[in-house]
Write a protein that binds this ligand. Structure first.
Ligand code: KIV
Ligand code: NA
Length: 271
């Protein structure tokens, strides 16, 4: 099977394929990518790996090198889904030229087909610059975690009239600049419905609305790896409990010398 392409994703909304929502999950490792690949249209190597993989308290310290390494692993582990890599904080905001340098390096190192960056009106010029130079860009508006210090937290956006207007303006600016799709995170539902209706490129919701053109979640969140998750996460599994239970049983068997058992042992060849 050939890998899906960025234009085929972008085209779905233009074709009015509302019965065919875009399925996206995060992936950071090759094995995880292998397991998710055939179920997803896109895999996102999110900078959420800062918290999920590296135990950081925000995405701010995440580096281009981290994104490139995990991006390459996810590309190696998948053959079907479009792989999108997040541009980390500080690697693109300075200027369109700086963003091009970072994004092109990320694509060469990882083999990913597209990058994602946060911000709306302020990033439109950069999105236009990259899109015109062969780099497909996914936007990200609403709750933008790299702006946590400016926003003052991870609360939902769009509750006030001014915030709601800003989100629509941001999404519209990205569409005009050539973004092939936009992640819309943590916004009140009526705004998500309005953005999805008004904007011509696919809107991928997370904490947004089932009316969006697609959905994305952090895989470890939906697998139940963390005790504390945002309201918008639904748990589709309980991997945290599975891992704890397996480790506990292993530890017991090692301590009582019942592991390794006969099935796991090598015996000398009989003479
Ligand atoms: O980093 C990430 O995982 C993301 C998604 C939550 C959209 O940006
Ligand atoms: Na991200």
């Amino acid at each position: 099977m050939r890998r899906l392409t960025v234009p085929s994703i972008a085209q779905r909304k233009k074709n009015g394929e509302t019965e065919n929502p875009i399925v996206m999950l995060t992936a950071y490792t090759a094995r995880q990518a292998q397991l998710l690949d055939q179920h997803c249209d896109m895999l996102l190597v999110g900078d959420s790996l800062g918290q999920v993989i590296y135990g950081l308290s925000s995405t701010i310290p995440v580096t281009l090198e981290m994104m490139a390494n995990h991006g390459a692993a996810v590309v190696r582990g998948s053959y079907h889904a479009v792989v999108v890599v997040d541009m980390p904080f500080g690697s693109y905001e300075g200027s369109p030229e700086k963003a091009f340098e970072s994004a092109s390096w990320l694509m060469k190192q990882s083999g990913a087909a597209a990058v994602k960056l946060e911000g709306g009106v302020a990033m439109a010029e950069t999105v236009r610059f990259l899109s015109a130079r062969g780099i497909p860009v996914m936007g990200h508006v609403g709750l933008t975690p790299q702006a946590v210090n400016a926003l003052g937290g991870y609360g939902a956006r769009g509750r006030s009239e001014a915030e709601a207007r800003k989100i629509i303006e941001d999404a519209s600016a990205l569409e005009d600049a050539g973004a092939f799709a936009i992640v819309l995170e943590g916004v009140v539902e009526p705004i998500a419905i309005e953005v999805t209706r008004e904007i011509g490129c696919p809107i991928i919701g997370i904490g947004a609305s089932p009316c969006c053109d697609g959905q994305v979640l952090v895989t470890e969140d939906m697998l139940g790896m963390f005790d504390r998750v945002p309201r918008f996460v639904k748990r589709y599994g309980d991997m945290g409990a599975m891992i704890t239970e397996a480790a506990q049983t292993y530890a017991e068997e090692v301590r009582e010398r019942s592991f390794p058992g006969a099935d796991q042992l090598y015996q000398p060849k009989p003479d």
